[in-house]
Design a protein around this ligand. Structure first.
Ligand SMILES: NC(=O)C1=CN([C@@H]2O[C@H](COP(=O)(O)OP(=O)(O)OC[C@H]3O[C@@H](n4cnc5c(N)ncnc54)[C@H](O)[C@@H]3O)[C@@H](O)[C@H]2O)[C@@H](O)CC1
Ligand SMILES: Nc1ncnc2c1ncn2[C@@H]1O[C@H](COP(=O)(O)OP(=O)(O)O)[C@@H](O)[C@H]1O
Length: 284
């Protein structure tokens, strides 16, 4: 295994998709977030807001028709799309302008989640899988790995990692082995988040604040990942950039952080990164 590298903008800043003077929103991708059922809509809303703040040109939440009204009244710039079953989901994401799909946050460990995840992977879409979209493959992880052919990012916390890959003994080596096995970029979250690619590259994110250990902060990270992926960044660079920007947003907010605070710190993160494209605002 190559020595892990500390995450910093030098690794991925060149791959960011800055808005162009003559650009339009479709130049920066359309991310779709799969929303959970009517009593569990917060996680997908956090992800979707982070995806917009992360720079995606358009973001939609796709949800069961029974939950649509909740999302519709709670969202403004984020759009909503009804998705009854795998067929309607496949039809929605067959639009080539949809360039990234996030599934998992509060989606439910259900047959529906498993079926929709497989439908998106089989459609060859760039995907981010988090939370329940990982847990639902406990006991049958090869079904998931065999379906991964397009650029994909998996964002497990340690509990979710164990369900797919077995126990963690050495975080860096285990994340690299998991990336090789799954064919996806693996973001093993924690105090020092490890980001590993199937080709063996491995980066450690060290600028995180312990205030990130709060409900929903991983949903924001997943939203940032799909945002950057949908904007056309390669999966490894998108995951590294998302991890760094997420931690930087927490640093800029400071103590007392809750997940809702993170997306609205992202403009300050972008401002720091734009200090030049030459003088990066690196902390920690
Ligand atoms: N606002 C919301 O609607 C939120 C919804 N959430 C959803 O709640 C559901 C359950 O998510 P959980 O994250 O509680 O996961 P799970 O309930 O799937 O797993 C948690 C279990 O894993 C173990 N574990 C081991 N290492 C861990 C680590 N580093 N971090 C967390 N747990 C670890 C814990 O001991 C715990 O027993 C998911 O659908 C998730 O998306 C959460 O994301 C929180 C916010
Ligand atoms: N002690 C810690 N220090 C720094 N960052 C942490 C710590 N604990 C968790 N995090 C970060 O907080 C986020 C938590 O994500 P996750 O466990 O998925 O929570 P949730 O499911 O509630 O969104 C991850 O980005 C993780 O790296």
């Amino acid at each position: 295994m190559p020595d892990p590298v500390d995450n910093s903008p030098a690794l991925w800043a060149e791959a960011l998709n800055w808005p162009k003077p003559d650009g339009n929103k479709y130049d920066r991708g359309h991310a779709v977030v799969l929303g959970g059922p009517v009593a569990s809509t917060g996680a997908a809303r956090l992800s979707a807001r982070a995806a917009l703040r992360g720079g995606a040109g358009l973001v939609s939440i796709a949800c069961d028709p029974s939950a649509l009204m909740v999302y519709a009244v709670a969202c403004e710039a984020v759009m909503t799309k009804p998705v009854k079953d795998a067929e309607t989901f496949a039809e929605l994401i067959s639009d080539p302008r949809i360039t990234g799909v996030l599934m998992g946050p509060a989606a439910g460990v259900t047959d529906r989640t498993r079926t929709l995840v497989l439908a998106a992977l089989q459609a060859g879409k760039s995907c981010v899988l988090d939370a329940d979209a990982l847990s639902v493959f406990e006991g049958a992880p090869d079904t998931l790995f065999e379906a991964i052919t397009a650029p994909t990012i998996l964002t497990p916390h340690e509990g979710e990692f164990v369900r797919l890959f077995g126990k963690v003994t050495h975080r860096e080596a285990d994340a690299v082995a998991a990336a090789r096995k799954s064919g996806a970029v693996v973001v093993l979250k924690g105090r020092d988040t490890v980001i590993a690619a199937p080709d063996g590259r491995v980066v450690i994110n060290k600028n995180a604040s312990e205030w990130l250990a709060t409900a929903g902060s991983g949903d924001v990270l997943a939203g940032l990942c799909v945002s950057l992926l949908a904007q056309g960044m390669p999966a490894f660079e998108a995951a590294c950039a998302a991890g760094w920007m997420h931690a930087e947003a927490a640093y800029l907010f400071g103590p007392g952080l809750i997940a809702e605070d993170l997306p609205d710190q992202l403009p300050r993160v972008w401002q720091g990164l734009s200090l030049g494209h030459n003088g990066f605002n690196v902390h920690g």
